[in-house]
Design a protein around this ligand. Structure first.
Ligand code: PEP
Ligand code: MG
Length: 299
């Protein structure tokens, strides 16, 4: 699986301070079997080796919806995006899916600042269950005498509206939040992100999406948790000041976008960013938010 270390190398060459979203699906796709714990460990170590000492946020397997695995055929569902997806699969298949991955991440975490991120979380109980599995994985590794991280951060993606609406309870359970604006937009606006017929409705800058981001940030900060954005919006330098104003602490983007986003962060003034966010939250729709961003660009 050479793509992931190569992407980490590219990220380093563009000046990344870490990896904000390592999608592990690639490791599981296009093969007839599931990758074993040792194979996963080698991959996570090889990614971490590209950015020595830098935090690497690894998302546990996020299949279901439109992503399928040959080695783990999913049942046909009427509404796959509202069905067995992300952490829901991991929690109901701990032995085959989640535990081997948690063990591999804990082992990689012995030598690198790995963070674990859960996809498609909607309820605090899912985080509690995942944390119980993480403790079990730690106990198993200790019993086997295998080096592993004694402490590892366990965070969640905020990508369904319920995660933002339940942010207070989730912030008690999760160590950090990362907003997946791609899915958050799709689920908030009830608009399939891959369906060209409704592409006009798919607007990450819709105030409905922005309000959920603000809500997640407020709850996270009350509990001393950081909030990142790892969806496409995080890589859009036009939106950088707005995201900062909404309370976002960290941005994750494709390697080539790093210099643009970094320049936008440097240019942002925190009081102006907050004023912009306050106006955007009251906007009538995404076009009005776009206009606010245009005005900022021209100022
Ligand atoms: C997101 O939903 O914003 C996200 C980063 O996850 P993915 O695009 O992999 O669904
Ligand atoms: Mg997503």
């Amino acid at each position: 699986m050479p793509q992931l270390p190569a992407e980490a190398r590219a990220a380093r060459s563009w000046g990344a301070e870490g990896v904000g979203l390592l999608r592990t699906e690639l490791l599981f796709l296009e093969r007839p079997d599931l990758p074993g714990e040792d194979e996963q460990l080698a991959l996570y170590q090889s990614v971490a080796a590209e950015l020595p000492g830098a935090p690497i946020t690894v998302r546990t397997l996020d299949v279901g919806g439109d992503k399928h695995l040959p080695a783990f055929p999913l049942p046909k569902e009427d509404n796959p995006f509202l069905g067995w997806r992300g952490i829901r699969i991991g929690l109901s298949e701990p032995e085959t899916i989640l535990l081997p991955q948690l063990r591999a991440l804990l082992r990689a975490g012995a030598g690198a600042p790995i963070k674990i991120m859960l996809p498609m979380v909607s309820a605090a109980d899912e985080v509690r269950q995942a944390r119980a599995l993480l403790r079990r994985a730690q106990a198993e590794l200790a019993a086997a005498g295998l080096p592993h991280a004694a402490q590892i951060e366990l965070g969640i993606m905020v990508e369904v509206p319920a995660a933002a609406l339940n942010a207070e309870a989730l912030a008690r359970e999760a160590d950090f939040f990362s907003v997946g604006t791609n899915d958050l937009t799709q689920y908030t606006l009830a608009c399939d992100r891959g369906n060209s017929r409704v592409a006009g409705l798919y607007q990450p800058l819709d105030p409905a999406v922005l309000r959920l981001i603000a809500m997640a940030c407020e709850a996270a900060h009350r509990h001393g948790r950081h909030v990142a954005v790892c969806g496409e919006l995080g890589g859009n330098p036009r939106a950088t000041a707005l995201l900062i104003g909404l309370g976002v602490d960290e941005l994750s983007c494709a390697p080539a976008a790093i210099p643009h986003v970094r320049a936008a962060i440097r240019a942002a003034d925190s009081a102006a960013a907050q004023a912009l966010a306050a106006q955007a939250l009251l906007a009538a729709g995404p076009d009005e938010v776009q206009k606010l961003l245009d005005q900022l660009e021209q100022a």
